[in-house]
Design a protein around this ligand. Structure first.
Ligand SMILES: [Zn+2]
Length: 290
């Protein structure tokens, strides 16, 4: 680890990001089992502990302090308990995330049900869960994906993918003595409730998930950029949730839908507005964050 960038991060597909300062390791939305499209749509899904162990080993992650869950959809929370058990981490997130971790067999003392906007210290990192809004879908899909719904009781896998309901969506503001970043698992610009403030959402680095932005009209993408990216005043934007999460993590990544077009659109937009450099977060390799 260089003295220049004491905090490093690695993108592990979907919204999974590992962050470490060498002493403390945070794992955001770790999703390594990645059931196939067929399994997600038609079957029951469960964490694959062998695969989870392999991905952790390949990533050089032996232990972690916290598994931080932005919202409890399957592509964010399926592996939370499994990863926590393998690394000794606590799982931190919403009441729905707590039920997912309990159903995954994690001991209650290893689960932290967060209070929104409270700061939580993990080593030299301070993490704040800021209530925000999930990307919207048409009503039928919204119902199916459990947006605005909670996981009401411990969820024991295997289960249908739809059982992992949204359970509220949070942006993570992570501060460290050497810098700060914001992770956003779902692309929306609206606060959790109409009129509510997201507070101070400036940071050195922005890690926004762009999954689903490719299905939105240009006007929505423009608004998202102007309300999420520009006010952050980040010096660098690394996009996440850009890959097709129905492919195994060991296969070469492919863009999710038309996220490749969104990348080019956002880069052009940032240039025209004098914004920060916008890049895909590099695939499965450690980078210096700050
Ligand atoms: Zn989601």
């Amino acid at each position: 680890m260089s003295a220049k960038n004491p905090v490093r991060a690695m993108f592990l597909g979907t919204n999974s990001v590992a962050v470490t300062d060498g002493s403390t390791t945070l794992l955001i939305d770790p999703y390594f089992s990645r059931p196939s499209r067929f399994q997600l749509l038609a079957g029951a899904v469960a964490p694959d502990s062998g695969l989870v162990g392999r991905i952790l080993a390949e990533s050089g992650i032996e232990k972690a302090d916290a598994v931080l869950i932005t919202h409890s959809h399957v592509d964010h929370a399926l592996d939370a308990a499994c990863v926590a058990r393998a690394t000794g981490a606590v799982v931190a997130g919403s009441a729905s995330t707590r039920n997912i971790a309990l159903g995954g067999g994690l001991d209650p003392e290893n689960i932290l049900e967060i209070t929104p906007l409270d700061p939580y210290a993990f080593g030299d990192f301070t993490v704040t869960f800021v209530p925000s809004r999930h990307l919207e879908f048409p009503p039928g899909l919204r119902q199916l994906l459990g947006i605005g719904q909670a996981v009401e009781k411990p969820l024991v896998p295997p289960a249908r993918a739809w059982a992992w309901k949204e359970g509220g969506t949070y942006k993570l503001k992570v501060e460290h003595k050497s810098g700060s970043f914001i992770s956003s698992g779902s692309a929306n610009f609206a606060p959790a409730r109409p009129g509510a403030s997201l507070g101070d959402m400036r940071a050195d680095i922005l890690l926004p998930g762009i999954g689903g932005l490719d299905r939105k009209p240009k006007a929505f993408v423009d608004k998202w950029f102007e309300r999420v990216v520009m006010p952050c005043s980040a010096r660098r934007v690394w996009l996440t949730h850009w890959d097709d999460f129905t492919r195994p993590l060991c296969a070469p990544p492919r863009f999710l839908g038309r996220c490749g077009d969104i990348l080019l659109y956002l880069q052009e937009k940032s240039r025209s507005l004098g914004g920060p450099p916008v890049e895909l977060m590099p695939w499965r390799r450690w980078i210096g964050l700050f």
